[in-house]
Design a protein around this ligand. Sequence first.
Ligand SMILES: NC(=O)c1ccc[n+]([C@@H]2O[C@H](COP(=O)([O-])OP(=O)(O)OC[C@H]3O[C@@H](n4cnc5c(N)ncnc54)[C@H](O)[C@@H]3O)[C@@H](O)[C@H]2O)c1
Length: 343
Amino acid sequence: MDRILVTGGTGYIGSHTVVELQQAGYPVVIIDDLSNSNREVIDGIERITGIRPDFVEGDCTDMQTLSKLFADYPDIKGIINFAASKAVGESMHKPILYYRNNLNTLLNLLDLMGPNGVKGIVFSSSCTVYGEPDENPVTEKAPIKKATSPYGNTKQISEEIITDVINAGAPFKSVILRYFNPVGAHPSAEIGELPNGVPQNLIPYLTQTAIGIRQELSVFGNDYDTPDGSCIRDYINVVDLAKAHVIAVKRMLENKSDAKIEIFNLGTGNGVSVLELINVFEEATGVKVPHKIVGRRAGDIEKVWANPTYANEVLGWKATSTLADTMRSAWAWQLKLRERGVM
Ligand SMILES: NC(=O)c1ccc[n+]([C@@H]2O[C@H](COP(=O)([O-])OP(=O)(O)OC[C@H]3O[C@@H](n4cnc5c(N)ncnc54)[C@H](O)[C@@H]3O)[C@@H](O)[C@H]2O)c1
């Protein structure tokens, strides 16, 4: 079968996607610079699938590294590009890092695809492109709002770059996936979310608080125009999310659509507030999460959740996990990390 290059494949969503790709029969090669992950993730993937994915430690902004990778793996026919810096807050302080890393990675890949016979690229975009939407749930037709952070802007610019390159006649296709809020871990607890340093995302911070590594979880604002005053998001199980990538890759490589570029929202369709999410976690696991309400955080969107109908109908994909099961999976992963002495 055609080989898939997974950039950022030892990261959170990437690792879950590698598992699903391998289980669907695709050979995979990962490239990751380990800036926000570690090589033990490969052991976890191997324990789940029985297959050790090929791994290249390298930086996708380095054209020479990527050129060598394509020369070493002439059977690469599809790319899933997860490699990016992704912390919204950090991007406010380090915009050059974000623009350089996220955009140069994409440009290099697009540049090398044609000459190396790659048929398609799946790109990780985000619901951040919708900003504060005028109405929820959000469809793919909702207007793109001016980005509120350099990170968000890299996603908007990346979507434009892909569109321009394909409209200019590039010999490949692209599927752009706009994720809502990925959460949870693989049900085996062999892989999960483990960012380097203090987590910037809610769930790893929440589970690290529940286990006593962090003292208290801060809930940013309870005075929003929502039923309980906290922000509302669409929390999508990471394995459900990963499965959509396999469908997208297959769609491009097997020419299942005439469109050269397609965009899909990946969410559940349910808006859940931060306080509700804490409750679901506590009820599902029986573990309390010490938390306090603090002021609003600059740049946070009040409420956003997906209308996933287009992905449901066109891709035949649907998020099926319950939020309670997803929270239990996140907790099982945190317990596994303690058992292994990682944290
Ligand atoms: N997690 C979310 O909430 C979320 C939401 C929407 C979109 N996304 C996007 O999905 C993608 C994956 O996110 P994630 O949560 O798995 O993040 P992650 O940080 O866990 O994974 C990204 C991986 O890319 C690697 N990487 C970064 N720059 C690289 C480079 N130049 N060369 C090689 N490797 C590099 C990191 O080491 C990391 O392993 C990112 O593009 C992110 O912007 C994530």
